[in-house]
Design a protein around this ligand. Structure first.
Ligand code: PA5
Length: 474
């Protein structure tokens, strides 16, 4: 752990000059604002450290246990010989993390490479129940060379269980030999839930989701590691980076990146009306990290009530974008629209591949400067230029950067953002681990789908829909 901590500073740089009043004027944090953070941030850190000690923040130490990495590597060696496609059936915290890390760490064209070049199965994360999407995915798969990893901590999520039931039946009807258990891996609660019962009844191979680890904090457990190992991601490297971050999360606030991210964003929301936090990766490989972070920040911090039951009047909505693509769609409003956002860039110092722009069309002054430069340097300049433009326009922004998109750096980033979320929960005084706001919609869905015990919700829906007839344009 100590050695990993020494290397840690190179995994993630945090530059928050653009949040200060010195840089962006009154929209930024003044020295007094910053001084006011010291007490609450120290208290929040102490609180999360205590919760961790009591086992309530078990995600913090997932990287300390390397056995799963070894076991999943064995599974991967077996799967590599047998399968061309691995499909994750899951949603929310059971899907977004694997998708983010797969996109970050495998070549962006992994799923399109020939079997020989790819060397590992393709990965598909089926995190929706759109019938056209799911049918289209199944249509491309060969059951003999496909493995499904159904992931649901509760084992009851309607979306995941529907996908699972379809996939189960699809395999049962198509496999030449009755070897269903070889094509299904289940990741679920070690003891409870209907999926656990099915595992036992059908003799399926199962991996546990640690009970004290919530969905959106679970990517470094079997939830993420099993599918990632199956497609050849270096899960040991990922855990190495995460362990370094976990150790850094125990440092005092001034040198603790997770605490700084939590504290500064909390101040921006509470004192500067910055109710939105836009995460903008400037790398296609990190695009899905923004999707994953969206869920983590929003589901953890968007709460009606504080832990003491009082109304929670503060908060921050995470939004996602992609550089440079969204410079041509969202940047205008970041620059001149409502003064309600903090922009958090996520850059990469060195791309794994770069392309040189050929030195042609020199006779055109508007193009001549591009020739001989690389796309990587263009992307990096666009990030720097956009950050500077926002700063000059009095728009608060900060920049995270990875030296390169390596397993260690991605592990460090993921772990840091998870810890920042937990620390933010403590600063806002809310429970970052629950999601009461999503339950009511689920109950209406159960009612509409005829689940026993949810008739009341069907009646309430019908009453509501009668009342809603007035303003429909057919
Ligand atoms: O973060 C969470 O807890 C949720 O997003 C869950 O991951 C999501 O609802 C899926 O739940 P489950 O894994 O129980 O199917």
């Amino acid at each position: 752990m100590a050695d990993e901590s020494k290397k840690a500073s190179s995994f993630l740089k945090v530059d928050w000059n653009g949040l200060t009043s010195e840089a962006v004027g009154p929209a930024g944090l003044s020295p007094d604002d910053l001084a006011s953070l010291k007490g609450p941030l120290a208290a929040a850190l102490k609180d999360v450290w205590n919760q961790r000690k009591k086992g309530k923040l078990a995600f913090w130490d997932l990287s300390a246990d390397r056995r799963l990495a070894q076991e999943s590597k064995k599974l991967a060696a077996w799967g590599r010989k047998k399968f061309q496609d691995a499909v994750v059936l899951g949603i929310g915290g059971s899907a977004l993390g694997a998708s983010a890390i797969f996109t970050a760490l495998k070549p962006l064209n992994h799923n399109r490479l020939s079997d020989k070049k790819r060397g590992w199965p393709r990965l598909w994360v089926a995190d929706n129940v759109d019938p056209e999407g799911f049918a289209a995915l199944l249509e491309t798969l060969d059951p003999e060379t496909t493995i499904f990893n159904v992931i649901s901590k509760s084992g009851a999520t309607a979306e995941t269980m529907s996908q699972f039931m379809i996939a189960y039946d699809w395999l049962r009807k198509r496999l030449k030999k009755p070897t269903l258990a070889d094509h299904l891996l289940v990741t679920t609660d070690p003891e409870s839930g209907v999926l656990r019962k099915i595992v036992e009844a059908k003799g399926l191979l199962a991996w546990p989701v640690p009970q004290a680890v919530g969905g959106r904090f679970s990517v470094l457990s079997a939830v993420g590691l099993v599918p990632l190992a199956l497609v050849g991601v270096d899960v040991a490297g990922l855990l190495e980076g995460a362990a370094a971050a976990a150790a850094d999360g125990l440092k005092p606030p001034a040198s603790n990146k997770a605490a700084i991210l939590a504290g500064l964003n909390w101040l921006m929301a509470a004192k500067k009306g910055r109710g939105s936090l836009v995460l903008v990766p400037y790398a296609d490989s990190l695009a899905k990290v923004a999707d994953w972070f969206n869920q983590l920040w929003n589901e953890s911090l968007g709460k009606a009530h504080k832990l003491d039951g009082s109304p929670n009047q503060a908060g921050q909505t995470a939004l996602k974008a992609l550089g440079v693509t969204d410079q041509h769609s969202q940047l205008q409003t970041w620059m001149e629209g409502p003064q309600d956002k903090t922009v958090m860039f996520l850059g990469v110092e060195e791309f794994r591949t770069d392309l040189t722009i050929p030195a042609i069309f020199k006779e055109y002054e508007a193009l001549a400067y591009l020739g001989g430069q690389t796309l990587g340097s263009l992307l990096a300049s666009e990030l720097k230029g956009t950050a500077q433009a926002l700063t000059e326009n009095g728009r608060p922004n900060l920049s995270l950067s990875l030296p390169a998109v390596t397993p260690q750096a991605v592990g460090y980033l993921i772990q840091t953002l998870e810890m920042a979320t937990a620390i933010s929960g403590s600063l806002y005084g809310v429970d970052p681990l629950d999601q009461p706001g999503v339950e009511l919609g689920k109950k209406f869905t159960y009612g509409l789908m005829g689940r026993a015990g949810f008739d009341d919700f069907l009646s309430r829906y019908e009453q509501g829909s009668r009342a809603r007839k007035k303003y429909i344009l057919p």
